[in-house]
Design a protein around this ligand. Structure first.
Ligand SMILES: [Zn+2]
Length: 330
């Protein structure tokens, strides 16, 4: 290292330190203390937000993890539920949803480098013979095609990047979340989009949607820092499908992961944060003793059992440390 580089890197370090310190003072001044479960999704090389704001860059993730590790206590989700907190400072548990291969490529090495416990929540789409979450397919399609779609005989037109039914004016997104909530309809959406798109063969786009293979999941489960949890079977909105079907999907998702990693799976993150209190109870009885909603509880907080907690989602809406601050202040 030359003298010039040394001086420069020292200045950088000092500047970074000052930013970190002022951020921390900001947190304390705003009264942010307590304990938080963070919710990440994809981690990509460039933090591109063209398709959605759920993916952040690995540089941002590293900055956030460095910061959290330095100033707060990071504990496993298990310890968080058991309230094994460091009472002198805020405690954090870290989670990643959807099981992207980018979690394996970028997040896993960072978590291991900083000895940071985390949980990865994964669907059973591999077992279903599927390879992409319908939401990602729709997000990417909404950028690359302007063609009208025909799904199950119903016409959809794109307006402001969102597909709406010509007949009812409802968006595909809302239809899937609240009305046609089963997996069959998601398959039909994907079939309709594949008639216009071939992005799945484009290697440059893979990191925005590709899911971990069974091999990746097994490899990840061997990490001493990462626990594998269930994220439903098909990523259906489990609070919107019939109860018995939702119970079945959870049981099958659990069975798939346990068969794969040969370990008990007792952690569950409800896809899209969608659940019912009855389903949460049934999930608890089948062995999911650690359950997670998304950014908010769907029912009165007092009606929830202690086995379900909400999270603070990190989104690419701001600079790296501000993403963290934004997530915490909500
Ligand atoms: Zn999800």
């Amino acid at each position: 290292m030359s003298f010039g580089t040394k001086v420069f890197s020292k200045i950088n370090r000092v500047a970074a330190e000052q930013i970190g310190q002022s951020f921390l003072s900001g947190l304390i001044a705003r009264g942010i203390k307590g304990n938080y479960i963070l919710m990440y999704h994809g981690i990509t090389a460039d933090g591109n937000t063209l398709f959605n704001k759920r993916h952040i860059s690995y540089q941002c993730l590293e900055k956030q993890i460095q910061f959290i590790k330095k100033h707060f206590s990071v504990i496993s989700l298990q310890d968080f539920f058991e309230e094994k907190f460091d009472n002198t400072r805020p405690n954090f548990a870290i989670t990643f949803d959807d099981g992207y291969v980018n979690n394996f490529i970028y997040a896993k090495p960072i978590l291991e480098k900083y000895k940071c416990p985390a949980s990865f929540f994964i669907t059973a789409l591999n077992e279903a013979g599927d390879n992409i979450l319908w939401g990602d397919m729709l997000n990417i399609a909404s950028v690359f095609t302007d063609e009208n779609l025909s799904i199950d005989g119903e016409k959809f037109e794109k307006k402001n990047s969102i597909y709406y039914s010509v007949e009812t004016g409802k968006s595909i997104y809302d239809l899937v979340r609240f009305e046609r909530t089963g997996y069959d309809y998601k398959v039909k959406i994907k079939e309709a989009l594949r008639q216009h798109l071939n992005f799945e063969n484009n290697p440059a786009l893979r990191e925005y949607w590709q899911l971990m293979s069974d091999k990746h999941i097994i490899e990840t489960s061997k990490s001493e820092y990462i626990k594998i949890g269930c994220h439903g079977y098909y990523h259906n909105n489990l609070g919107s499908i019939p109860h018995e079907q939702a119970v079945m999907e959870l049981a099958n998702g659990k069975k798939y992961l346990e068969g794969l990693i040969q370990k008990k799976v007792d952690q569950l993150a409800f896809p899209d944060g969608s659940y019912t209190l009855e389903l949460s109870e049934a999930a608890y009885n089948m062995g999911f003793s650690l359950q997670l909603a998304a950014d908010k509880f769907l029912f009165d907080k007092d009606d929830h059992e202690l086995h379900i907690k909400k999270r603070h989602g990190i989104y690419a809406v701001d600079s790296c440390l501000n993403q963290l601050f934004t997530a915490l202040k909500e």
